[in-house]
Design a binder for this molecule. Structure first.
Ligand code: ASN
Length: 313
């Protein structure tokens, strides 16, 4: 019986799920079309590697999952940032990957309604780009997705009673410092970020690969998050990248990262194999959640991967 299957999968309403999946298909097609028109090369995802993005984003999670294969310990991808940097260094100047990530978030994060321990991101990187280039590019990309969804998934939006509203031409830019002053340290609680248009939030002390500008007074970190309007929360993160060997070593030390775990990456950097670039990763499930107007990320995954939940299939 279909109703029994729905029960097993925790799908509340198959009609809504089909509408969500149609919206997701239109969004993915718009993203692919846009990247192709903008002369990006699509790389295939990597799922296992010697080391992966250590993340350092403040969310509590377990160590990256590891498997033993042929006498090697390999980690499941948390993000392809390091591979993106190396590919840029090889001269692939504009690239994107539809990249599955495994992040073993602690069960308590289920209540954030914002995290899946397995999800997909559209990870992209542009050689010689700076934050402003990325902002303009993503604003155009998301506008394209929005327009395509409104025109090609009109019926599905109606089924879900979802009105995507209007957006500003360019999205406002705030700093994490502004938000701490306004809301305190817990500014990330998305309900507080209830703007009518997406917003950029810059300068997060996060990862060793984020470029730090020490030329201005204090320390400015050239990275960003993008938040959706209406309190739908985080859309993507990214930044300008550190590519200089000495700076990378310095940042790893600052972040208490064991440099020896990243030996090949650092060797490439030491041989001047990395180049300036910037990019980011757009979470597909979070995009679909926003487009279809659901609050809980689990509601838009056909096969849910919510922290702490028992996997049914
Ligand atoms: N994809 C992100 C980036 O490009 C990294 C991440 O997902 N942690 O910066």
């Amino acid at each position: 019986m279909l109703s029994d299957i729905n029960y097993t999968l925790n799908i509340k309403d198959i009609k809504s799920m089909k509408a969500i999946l149609k919206i997701q298909s239109v969004a993915l097609k718009a993203i692919h079309d846009f990247f192709e028109e903008e002369n990006f090369i699509q790389l295939l995802p990597v799922m296992l590697s010697r080391y992966t993005d250590p993340l350092l984003d403040g969310d509590k999670k377990l160590e990256p999952a590891e498997i033993n294969y042929n006498g090697q310990k390999l980690k499941l991808t948390q993000s392809m940032i390091l591979q993106k940097q190396v590919a840029i260094g090889l001269g692939i100047e504009r690239l994107f990957v539809v990249s599955p990530n495994i992040r073993l978030e602690l069960p308590e994060l289920a209540k954030s309604q914002n995290h899946c321990f397995e999800f997909t991101q559209i990870d992209f990187e542009i050689a010689n780009a700076q934050l402003n280039d990325i902002f303009k590019f993503v604003e155009r990309l998301l506008r394209r997705v929005r327009i395509d969804v409104i025109s090609k998934a009109e019926n599905e939006l109606k089924t879900l009673n979802r009105d995507l509203g209007e957006w500003n031409e360019s999205f406002p830019i705030l700093t994490s410092h502004d938000l701490i002053v306004e809301y305190g340290e817990s500014w990330k609680e998305e309900t507080k970020l209830d703007y009518t248009t997406p917003i950029w939030i810059v300068c997060h002390d996060r990862n060793f690969y984020d470029r730090v500008d020490r030329s201005t007074k204090g320390m400015h970190i050239e990275n960003f998050d993008l938040y959706y309007p209406e309190g739908f929360g985080g859309a993507m993160s990214g930044g300008e990248r550190e590519f200089n060997y000495q700076n990378l070593l310095y940042r790893m030390k600052e972040k208490e990262i064991n440099r020896f775990e990243f030996s090949e990456y650092l060797l490439i950097a030491e041989k001047n194999g990395l180049r300036p670039s910037a990019g980011g990763g757009l979470g597909v499930e979070r995009l679909v959640r926003y487009l279809s107007g659901f609050r809980d990320i689990g509601d838009v995954q056909l096969f849910k991967r919510i922290p702490g939940n028992t996997i049914k299939l």
